[in-house]
Design a protein around this ligand. Structure first.
Ligand code: HEC
Ligand code: HEC
Ligand code: HEC
Length: 293
């Protein structure tokens, strides 16, 4: 009976540990910290010492690969505990201890996030076999992961996982020139607004011209995705989006295009293409801009 209860508690505890690693607050951390202490996240530029662990300075994203190994060892302890294999758990612990120590020395600015004493206490708890002690120290160690992730993971992603939008140039099919991403955006936005604007003044021909350049610039935008993506894009510049654009083009070939119809289609295009893509990509671009030297 005690064993069964101990194991259930352990499972609940382990779920808590996993969420602590990811950085979310759970009922376990809430119980410990109180509901008013919600964790906060920040997007901080990583210290320069991180550069050596990522391309172009290194061939692989070394720091990330180390994290996967650390995670593997940590989960190894948990998995073995769940199966009641205490000996194997202690073996996994040795691997974890070594990896944790190695990582604590990789980025001097982040050394304080690591708690070697706590990790040693985890080793002792595992030796004691006392589920309560194990759960508590595992949770504590998990919190050391979570606290660094909340402060530094997002910044690391924006710095190393994303290419910089400000270093990309786009081939403009209208002027045949290479322009920066943001300049290209203003050109697209100009065409986009130009259609409605011309129609409002009763200038159907002007609207058709703006549409022509919007249409080729949307094709250009599609190519520009290839700066970062290899696979075909399923959103924002995909067939369904281009169909809205085509419907707009068809309406504009009429002698008297219907401004309300064009307005409706523009709104759709703006939501499914421009805004959708902005929601995904602009946070990265904004952070990169703020960090520019
Ligand atoms: C990759 C997907 C993507 C698509 C599709 C896209 N944009 Fe953008 N847009 C961006 C990104 C990224 C930025 C930020 C660039 C920067 O800050 O350097 C941006 C910036 C802009 C800006 C400048 C805003 C500012 O405050 O800096 C305008 C205007 C704009 N886009 C208009 C449009 C319009 C209009 C469309 C649709 C016809 C569109 N964009 C489609 C990604 C996209
Ligand atoms: C000193 C800071 C720090 C500590 C402590 C830390 N991490 Fe990390 N971790 C990071 C950073 C930064 C990244 C993002 C790396 C990247 O994406 O290139 C990361 C990424 C990860 C990832 C990959 C997440 C993903 O979705 O790609 C895992 C898994 C991970 N860490 C596990 C752990 C575990 C388990 C611990 C504790 C035992 C831990 N980390 C402790 C900084 C830390
Ligand atoms: C500066 C680099 C960059 C450019 C340029 C860029 N993206 Fe992305 N995009 C990313 C990153 C990074 C992610 C995060 C997930 C990933 O890597 O796929 C992402 C995610 C996405 C996603 C969601 C995940 C997926 O793969 O389906 C879509 C959809 C997407 N981008 C569409 C586009 C489209 C359409 C364009 C061109 C108009 C574009 N992106 C241009 C970097 C970029």
């Amino acid at each position: 009976m005690f064993r069964a209860k101990g194991r259930t508690m352990m499972l609940i505890g382990l779920i808590g540990v996993i969420s602590l690693i990811i950085g979310f607050s759970t009922f376990i951390s809430l119980a410990a910290e109180g509901p008013d202490k919600r964790p906060s996240y920040s997007i901080t530029k990583p210290p320069q010492s991180m550069d050596q662990y990522y391309p172009p300075q290194s061939q692989a994203p070394v720091y990330l690969l180390q994290m996967f190994e650390l995670e593997g060892a940590f989960s190894g302890i948990m998995a073995n505990m769940q199966q009641g294999n205490f000996e194997a758990a202690q073996g996994a612990y040795q691997g974890f201890l070594a990896k944790y120590k190695e990582l604590s020395e990789m980025v001097p600015e982040w050394k304080d996030y690591f708690d070697m004493e706590l990790v040693e206490a985890l080793g002792e708890a595992l030796q004691s076999g006392d589920p309560g002690r194990i759960q508590q120290t595992m949770g504590g160690v998990g919190q050391t992961c979570g606290s660094c992730h909340r402060d530094n993971m997002l910044g690391t992603w924006y710095r190393y996982a994303w290419k910089d939008f400000h270093e990309i140039s786009v081939q403009d099919p209208v002027s045949q020139q290479e322009v920066g991403w943001k300049d290209y955006m203003y050109m697209v936005a100009g065409d986009f607004g130009g259609i409605g604007g011309a129609l409002q003044q009763g200038q159907a021909e002007g609207a058709r011209m703006a549409y022509q350049s919007l249409s080729s610039r949307m094709e250009g935008l599609k190519k520009a995705c290839e700066n970062c993506h290899e696979s075909e894009r399923l959103y924002y510049v995909s067939e369904d989006v281009m169909e809205i654009l085509d419907t707009m083009g068809a309406e504009l070939t009429k002698e008297k295009p219907n401004p309300a119809q064009i307005g409706e289609l523009s709104g759709q295009l703006g939501m499914v293409s421009c805004r959708g893509c902005h929601l995904v990509h602009m946070p990265a671009a904004m952070v990169q801009e703020a960090w520019k030297e």
